[in-house]
Design a protein around this ligand. Structure first.
Ligand SMILES: Cc1cc2nc3c(=O)[nH]c(=O)nc-3n(C[C@H](O)[C@H](O)[C@H](O)COP(=O)(O)O)c2cc1C
Length: 171
């Protein structure tokens, strides 16, 4: 039996929020045309050979069933110029299609929506899905990457807010 934690979920969230992250926009579409478009900061790279990445999604999200029904998923690493996308894709009460309608996008392989203004995009096929608590860990086999050179730094999230670090660390 697991011991009762000595903290509540708000405190847990606050402590985890001290870890600064980047911000991604995840998109997917099912064969029936249902769209997922959500903001995700639980992204991490996993394996170089073969190329694999992961992100976590809550099973309570409206995007969860769409992601489970989609073969292809795209992950966009957002720049500081794309804070509006991050906010839009995190808006409860909008469908994925409604979130997407407000941004510039093009259909990629198998129709997966790609946001061409993004500095870095990874796309691929959904691999293993690991259930863990109220989230699932979704692994992606990456078969496509896009880089768009830019001087605009990545958008970051820290202590519950979008933050815009002024410049990258010097070499
Ligand atoms: C910066 C940021 C990071 C987020 N990261 C995640 C994440 O990693 N996993 C997740 O399931 N939801 C994450 N969310 C919340 C999703 O974007 C969420 O599904 C959406 O806000 C609400 O949509 P829904 O009501 O349709 O589920 C994040 C939100 C923000 C603003």
């Amino acid at each position: 039996m697991m011991a009762e934690p000595l903290f509540d979920s708000a405190e847990f969230r606050q402590v985890c929020g001290h870890f600064p992250t980047g911000v991604t926009a995840v998109t997917a579409v099912t064969a029936e045309g249902a769209v997922a478009a959500l903001t995700v900061n639980s992204f991490t790279s996993v394996s170089l050979e073969p190329a694999k990445v992961l992100f976590c999604v809550t099973t309570f999200s409206s995007s969860f069933p769409v992601l489970m029904g989609s073969d292809r998923i795209a992950i966009h690493i957002l720049s500081q110029d794309q804070q509006d996308v991050a906010r839009r894709f995190a808006t409860s009460g909008l469908t994925g299609a409604q979130r997407l309608a407000g941004v510039s996008w093009v259909p990629g392989p198998d129709g997966v929506p790609l946001l061409p203004d993004t500095p870095a995009i990874l796309a691929g096929r959904r691999d293993e899905v690991i259930a863990s608590g109220d989230h699932v860990i979704i692994l992606l086999d990456v078969d496509q990457v896009h880089l768009k050179p830019t001087d605009v730094p990545a958008l970051s999230f820290y202590r519950g807010r979008f933050v815009t670090p002024s410049r990258p660390a010097t070499e």
